[in-house]
Ligand binder design. Structure first.
Ligand SMILES: [Zn+2]
Length: 375
């Protein structure tokens, strides 16, 4: 058996794989940082071989509760990512699988490659409703892409949707793909109404460097971008610096920051409840948005999520809280699971790219329901 990870998004350290039935691996830390949880590697020469792949350092990863009731994803064709038996003993994570083909890819969640990102941007910009803007360069010299959908006008609502500040949360960009596809469908009645009254600024991948490097949470400088919103700099967090600067030019009436959560097996929203300046009007809008989203997608729910933050106690370095305070608007973090949705599980794929895409589409229904009251 060979195990390799020298590709876009790859992450694994090979310790001892002499015995495929008792192979020892570790997850590599994000560069310049102690975070780790994302893994993505290829096993070759494994057809009909019963594998037991131990990730020995899982117990001291960034979010150990993330391994409880978790199943890794695998793919032979890199299109269909299916779940494989995985167990966790409190210290190490073990993937048990007997591949049907010579090589197989394993990952924490279905990967979203830089090539696919570029294909998405390219496909969107050919729509007459979409303009592409290059916001700037990342520290590794990658493009930070912004898609502007609809014609800006003074009376239109300004909606910002950003994804994947945390690069290992690939479900965020899968969701973005579905959302963009619907928004650009000129035969979709909700998209048409939204674009008649709003303009969208979408960043499908806030952290292309971390994504390519196979990081869980940080960019090339080791910065956690969702802790950089108060004082972003070009040296440490240019991704946030450029997006914030563009937000100042457009203003913001609605902001959705899309993430994934390691531990909770649910889709849920975290709002700006701890922000001192937040108004009852905004909190009511958030309630209504969540209710509408649940009605549009049974994969979304209201019961499980983060504990509410006491007024004034919010961490103001995050996108959601910073934007809520700076622009006084509805600003939310949407979290999706790495595991599956416990209340609507899917045995074969768990929470999957297609389910992410559909939740992205459903978000436009919810937004449509609150659009006129955003300002
Ligand atoms: Zn996140």
């Amino acid at each position: 058996m060979q195990i390799t990870s020298n590709f876009d998004g790859g992450n694994i350290l090979v310790r001892d794989i002499a015995d495929p039935g008792d192979a020892h691996l570790e997850i590599r830390r994000d560069n310049n940082s102690d975070f780790y949880q994302w893994f993505y590697f290829r096993a070759s020469g494994v057809r009909d071989t019963p594998l037991a792949l131990h990730i020995d350092n899982a117990g001291s990863s960034s979010y150990p509760p993330g391994w409880k009731d978790y199943r890794a994803v695998a793919s032979y064709d890199r299109e269909l990512w299916f779940r494989v038996p995985t167990d966790y003993d409190g210290k190490r994570l073990t993937i048990r699988h007997t591949p049907e083909h010579d090589s197989v890819w394993y990952a924490y969640f279905a990967p979203y490659s830089h090539e696919r990102h570029q294909d998405l941007v390219a496909a969107c910009q050919t729509s007459p409703r979409c303009r592409h803007e290059l916001l700037g360069a990342t520290l590794d010299g990658r493009d930070l892409d912004l898609l502007v959908i609809g014609e800006p006008a003074a009376d239109k609502r300004v909606c910002w949707i950003v994804a994947r500040q945390h690069p290992g949360e690939t479900m965020a960009e899968w969701l973005m793909e579905g959302l963009l596809e619907r928004l650009l469908d000129d035969e979709d009645p909700v998209a048409r109404q939204l674009l008649a009254r709003a303009v969208f600024y979408c960043v499908p991948n806030m952290n292309p460097d971390g994504a390519f490097r196979g990081n869980l949470r940080t960019n090339a400088a080791g910065a956690n971008l969702n802790r950089e919103w108060q004082e972003p700099t070009r040296e440490r967090s240019p991704e946030v610096y450029y997006v914030r600067k563009r937000m100042e030019q457009t203003g913001v009436d609605f902001c959705l920051d899309v993430h994934g959560d390691e531990a909770l097996p649910y889709n849920f929203i975290a709002g700006p409840d701890g922000v001192a300046s937040v108004t009852r009007r905004v909190l009511d809008l958030q309630d209504e948005y969540e209710r509408l989203l649940m009605r549009s997608s049974p994969d979304f729910q209201l019961e499980h999520g983060y504990d509410a933050v006491a007024p004034g106690a919010a961490n103001m370095t995050m996108c959601t809280t910073f934007v809520a305070d700076r622009f006084g608007c509805l600003s939310m973090t949407l979290e999706q699971p790495f595991k599956d949705t416990a209340d609507s599980p899917h045995e074969l794929v768990g929470w999957s790219p297609e389910r992410c895409r559909k939740l992205g589409r459903a978000n436009l229904d919810a937004l449509y329901g609150v659009l006129d009251r955003l300002r």
